[in-house]
Design a protein around this ligand. Structure first.
Ligand SMILES: [Zn+2]
Length: 410
């Protein structure tokens, strides 16, 4: 029987967001203010105008969706704006009952050497903003006395699949000095450059850079091209997630796991769509999809599902009922709900849970699994024993909330 989950319960239950892009999750009002500082040209300077022209509820395609990021990235090439965006993002999450966030972004897109902003400064600014929000939250009485679980966060650094420097007018890095390289080699070098810097910054400054990600256009830039980069991360105990199966077939998910050691998969939307498989060596596509689903479930690789975002970037899905989330659940794959981009997708963690609970067959125990995987599959920056204790604290609190709302016996 499907229980009736109230909005109040969804807001009150502890939640984690493991797939959350900083540059897609600004407050729109802040973006307008930040644009004044960076003198960023916007198509409108009002909330209504920006919602009509840029940040919409529906997009025609992925291109229109990605267009939003040119404005957000531009205002974030400023350390004060960056610190503020990170702080506000953590606060917005705290206010809707999210206890744990992993904030991801491509630091190379936010450098600005003219202002002395390099990778170190970008990562420090984001960490400072998140840390300030965490400290404030954890000083509350009910967190201090153990009534509510504390707030924690991690940072995930994204390498870009098609990053040649053109996306950031400022990042010069290695590009200008190596014109003899092919574009793919430049992209691979840039990704390696970033991962090495992140390991160094994590180890020397104690900034909780807990994982790496690969973002951007999948088609033409398969995960396997980045295996050396992922190997470096792997050898330095950096956790790994990859955007895969968002706009490419299920074989890209397999490649991400087997060649790049991915611990989690961002989206994995195509996992249950055999027709999206492009590899002509795969004869029986349905069989491949079933085998891969079992493999992922058995390995406990977690799929970071972003329902609203998937509907917006793949308008061909049509209705939420056509989304393959139910197949992910039915195959017992570890999965958790995420927002992807709070501003660009106009969503929140509570809205994503509402959408899932209203449209899929999710028992109370399954809901509990989805929430628990948000904590258990995190790349928590402390040691494993502490991670278990924290996940247990959060799930004990989940039980308390469920009892309060009559969903569990007291
Ligand atoms: Zn994403």
């Amino acid at each position: 029987m499907q229980l009736n989950y109230s909005d109040e319960f969804i807001k009150a239950m502890p939640k984690a967001d493991l797939h959350l892009h900083l540059d897609g999750s600004l407050r729109l009002s802040s973006l307008l203010e930040m644009a004044k500082v960076t003198k960023t040209q916007l198509p409108s300077y009002t909330l209504e105008g920006m919602k009509e022209l840029v940040f919409k509820d529906k997009y025609n395609d992925l291109g229109e969706y990605l267009h939003c990021f040119q404005y957000t990235c531009d205002v974030l090439r400023d350390l004060e704006n960056l610190e503020r965006a990170a702080f506000e993002l953590a606060v917005d999450n705290q206010e809707e009952g999210v206890n744990y966030i992993e904030v991801r972004f491509a630091p190379q897109l936010l450098t600005n050497p003219d202002k002395g902003i390099h990778l170190d400064q970008v990562l420090e600014a984001v960490d400072n903003g998140l840390k300030r929000a965490k400290t404030n939250y954890n000083q509350q009485d009910d967190v201090q006395n153990g009534t509510k679980p504390r707030f924690e966060y991690g940072i995930i650094a994204c390498a870009m699949r098609m990053f040649t420097g053109a996306f950031s007018p400022y990042y010069t890095g290695i590009f200008n000095v190596m014109p003899e390289f092919e574009p793919m080699q430049v992209i691979q070098l840039a990704a390696m450059d970033m991962v090495k810097a992140c390991v160094r910054i994590r180890d020397s400054k104690g900034i909780p850079i807990v994982g790496v990600d690969l973002a951007g256009q999948e088609s033409g830039y398969p995960a396997g091209k980045f295996k050396e980069v992922y190997k470096y991360a792997h050898q330095h105990f950096m956790s790994k997630t990859i955007h895969a199966g968002e706009a490419y077939g299920a074989e890209s998910v397999f490649e991400a796991i087997t060649e790049c050691f991915a611990d989690r998969i961002g989206h994995g939307y195509s996992l249950f769509i055999p027709d999206m498989i492009k590899d002509d060596k795969i004869d029986d596509r349905q069989k491949y999809v079933n085998s891969l689903a079992s493999f992922i479930a058995d390995k406990r690789i977690c799929i970071e599902v972003c329902l609203t975002s998937n509907l917006q970037t793949n308008p061909s899905i049509g209705s939420i009922k056509n989304h393959k989330f139910q197949d992910i659940l039915n195959h017992r794959i570890a999965t958790t709900l995420c927002t992807d981009n709070r501003l660009v997708s106009n969503t929140t963690m509570s809205a994503e849970y509402r959408l899932a609970l209203d449209n899929f067959d999710i028992s109370f125990n399954r809901l509990k699994d989805i929430v628990a995987d948000g904590f258990k599959k995190s790349f928590f920056g402390h040691d494993y024993v502490n991670k278990r204790v924290y996940a247990k604290d959060c799930m004990n609190y989940f039980n308390e909330v469920a009892k309060k709302y009559g969903l569990m016996a007291s």
